[in-house]
Design a protein around this ligand. Structure first.
Ligand SMILES: [Zn+2]
Length: 459
């Protein structure tokens, strides 16, 4: 197979060069950049191409906790590429091909540098396949442990912001979304979950391994990709005509008793408030011991140690609109994710017999001191998940905006924001523009006070 593909690639090269005009201008091919330029994670993501699809094939052996995997990426060059990078700090690599032809590669820290046999023309679509085997390890930084998280009976994945590279090679920029196929093989007695829809299971092979297939058909940032392998109690239902698949590790039965029903309730509630749910399935996965935080993995959030309360389920599902479908282009704008998801919790409580959003706002507004010390709109890499500055003050910013522009415009703004940026990415500046357009107000000084000053804004 390899020989045949290599021969085909060689003949295509000959055809391409013989078809070119004799006096063609020389084409210059240059390396793609090693990072996408994020101010908080400069090496995350790469330059020179745009990913359309990830095909992840992975065989998991629970006895030695090893994977044997091939990730195949379909991408389009956006410049003439002599070589390009992927983000990968996973297990040892056994081979890399580009368009079926063997490519040379080297690893440099978190970068996988790939040099194809011949340059890739701008605008051309290419496939790169990376095969690797070994034990994936979580990535750790000031924001916590991320990526592949080992459990007693398998593993689950929660990669925000920088952990995707722990288990598959990626263009791990939040701004480069792609569709995903998962094909995960594991011993028959284990359950395999992932993002999206379950599209089939192949019966056991000679070693007693089955292969489970899942598809995420809407564009997804790599950090939102997940799989979970282990013993699970699975509940299958529907909400709004789409599948609702939730699962919990049997040891988390008590923590997870509301997971399935509150997931359905929160999705139906969010659809009324924020507009159509952006994906074609929903659910949730409770696994692990709580050593990492819950994450809004696309279409199916993961709850490490089980959901802490109903509010956490509402939060992760609100992220499906704000964070997953409308993604950030840059991590500096993380308040757009966390402020909105936290405010969704306040709205849910307000509408389900709890305190009003105003009461919660007032309680936090009375705080003094370090609560106001960081900038909500630029908290710094180490503080990008700061509870006070990003979650609470992010939600307070949203509430203060609601007070300033009125409920009618505010709730229309939430829906319009979700609709206009559906399956894309956006910036704080985009949000400010839309809020100004819909309200007819100049909101520059308002947002400057709430997002870019490290002290309490005046009301
Ligand atoms: Zn969140």
């Amino acid at each position: 197979m390899v020989r045949k593909l290599a021969a085909l690639a060689a003949s295509l090269t000959v055809m391409a060069s013989s078809a070119a005009p004799a006096a063609a201008e020389p084409v210059t091919f240059l390396p793609g950049s090693a990072g996408a330029g994020d101010p908080y994670y400069p090496l995350q993501g790469n330059g020179g191409y745009d990913v359309g699809h990830y095909d992840l094939r992975l065989r998991f052996d629970p006895d030695d906790h090893e994977v044997d995997a091939t990730t195949t990426i379909t991408a389009t060059a956006v410049q003439n590429l002599s070589r390009f990078n992927l983000d990968f700090s996973g297990p040892p690599i056994s081979g890399v091909t580009v368009d079926g032809a063997r490519a040379s590669y080297r690893r440099a820290g978190q970068e996988l540098v790939i040099t194809p046999a011949k340059g890739l023309r701008s605008g051309s679509t290419f496939t790169v396949a990376v095969s690797y085997a070994g034990t994936p390890k979580a990535v750790s930084d000031a924001t916590g442990r991320q990526g592949w998280i080992r459990t007693k009976d398998g593993a689950f994945v929660a990669s925000q912001p920088d952990g995707a590279r722990s288990w598959f090679p990626a263009n791990d920029s939040p701004a480069d979304k792609a569709t995903f196929s998962f094909r995960v093989s594991a011993p028959e007695d284990l359950t395999v979950l992932a993002n999206g829809e379950h599209t089939g299971t192949d019966g056991a092979d000679d070693d007693g391994y089955k292969t489970v297939r899942w598809e995420m058909r809407q564009p997804m940032a790599p950090y939102l990709a997940t799989i979970a392998i282990g013993h699970f109690v699975v509940s299958e239902g529907t909400v709004g005509g789409m599948p609702n698949v939730t699962a919990y590790d049997p040891s988390l039965a008590e923590e997870s008793k509301n997971l399935h029903d509150v997931t359905a309730k929160a999705v139906a509630w969010g659809t009324k408030l924020f507009g159509p749910y952006p994906f074609s399935s929903t659910g949730g996965i409770a696994d692990g011991n709580g050593s990492v935080t819950a994450l809004e993995t696309q279409g199916r959030p993961v709850y490490s140690g089980g959901p802490t309360d109903d509010s956490e389920i509402v939060h992760e599902l609100a992220h499906q609109w704000f964070g997953d479908s409308v993604g950030v282009q840059s991590w500096r704008d993380i308040w757009l994710n966390e402020g909105f998801a936290t405010y969704a919790e306040w709205l849910y409580q307000e509408q389900h017999g709890g305190p009003s959003a105003k009461e919660i706002f007032d309680r936090h507004y009375r705080k003094t001191g370090h609560f106001w010390n960081l900038k909500t709109g630029d908290p710094g890499q180490e503080h990008m998940f700061d509870e006070d500055a990003v979650y609470l003050r992010g939600a307070m910013t949203v509430h203060a905006l609601r007070t300033k522009i009125g409920d009618r415009v505010f709730f229309s703004l939430l829906k319009t924001w979700a609709q206009e940026n559906r399956h894309g990415t956006a910036t704080t500046a985009d949000f400010v523009s839309l809020a100004e357009k819909l309200s007819g107000q100049n909101l520059r000084s308002f947002f400057d006070a709430w997002l870019y000053q490290a002290n309490k804004p005046r009301l």
